[in-house]
Design a protein around this ligand. Sequence first.
Ligand SMILES: *Cc1c(COP(=O)(O)O)cnc(C)c1O
Length: 402
Amino acid sequence: MPKDVMAQTQTPLPDTAQAEPIPAAAQEAVEELLRSGDLFRYTSGANAPVTLLEQEFAQMMGVPYALAVASCSAALFLSLKALDLPAGAKVLIPAFTFGAVPSAVVHADCVPVLVECGANYRIDLEDYAAKLDQGVDAVLISHMRGHTSDMDAILQLAEARGLPVIEDAAHSLGTLWNGRKIGTLGKIGCFSFQSYKLLNAGEGGMLITDDPEIAARAVIMSGAYEHNWRKHALVGPHFERWQNQLPLYNTRLGNLPAAVIRPQLDELDRRVRDGRANHDYVAAKLNTSPVLHVPAPLPSETRAPDSIQFNLVGLDEAGITRFAERAEALGLPVQIFGRSTDNARAFWNWQFLGTIPELPKTRAMLMQACDIRLPARLTRAECDAIADVLLAAAAEVAPVAA
Ligand SMILES: *Cc1c(COP(=O)(O)O)cnc(C)c1O
């Protein structure tokens, strides 16, 4: 790092990929599990860590049913299967999302229909309304990087057509919409415990719903073979009905990751609060630059970010390249979604879809939107160090005249 930036910031740039330590309580729980050897949820008793996690998560979210699974992708896949969509059903998804989302749709024998997203990373409602009327069977809203699209409009338009809405809240745990918890607005909500999300088990996911029929179907298809559904917190006639009627996809969560997640539930409020404070602090700094812009949240949204996205404004190709090069030279590689050959969040890289539609708004956004992790654990001085590098790189590029 050049001396001038070092002198300005003093604090070295943090390693933003570094996770928070797992709470000590998890170590005891894991040791106990290792002693007992009871790693499979259905061989341990009623107090299996997976079962307890499901109960605690459901209570925290204020929903009756929670099913822990291997990943958020598995939860999305099971959601589509639990809705009993026919093969070839069209599922509307935002074009700005992670490649695992269209993949879950394909995995469930459905066909993704991509909707445009705007410069503020949120779903373009005009394109959404237009595509809803093109024979769509379900809606899967991905709250990408924790950005919430206008859920009032999205739910209203879907409900008016009788279409179920699944929320991909993988990266949105702790976000509120009109004071309501994200993931509880649609028929089903899905979350991730992969290490880059707010609760870290390495891998893992959760499906929540208030629909007993969907819950029963998802529990059985997750791999509750024979009468193992009886070991879930809530059982009832819905389960009897589906016994032996559904495939067993075996995508359960084990007791080890559940034991690692449970003590982190108490950390959630702090992580949400600190992550939001860090984000808003850095956002205010970046917005002082004429070439950097952090889109504001929607009025109904209370965010829970652990990363920051910002747009490069008014730069030509050379300016964008120079900004990225300068930031990297100053020690902070900046990911611009659309400017690598393999970014899994650029829809044109989802070549497994076969035909990829052209989506000019989403493409334009991806070609100038930058992405940086900003974990809740960062100190103010570390946030300053990051913001200072970005502002220093921005100061070396000039907007082209409009
Ligand atoms: C991480 C993520 C996923 C995938 O979660 P996994 O648990 O890794 O399957 C899906 N959607 C979004 C928006 C994500 O951030």
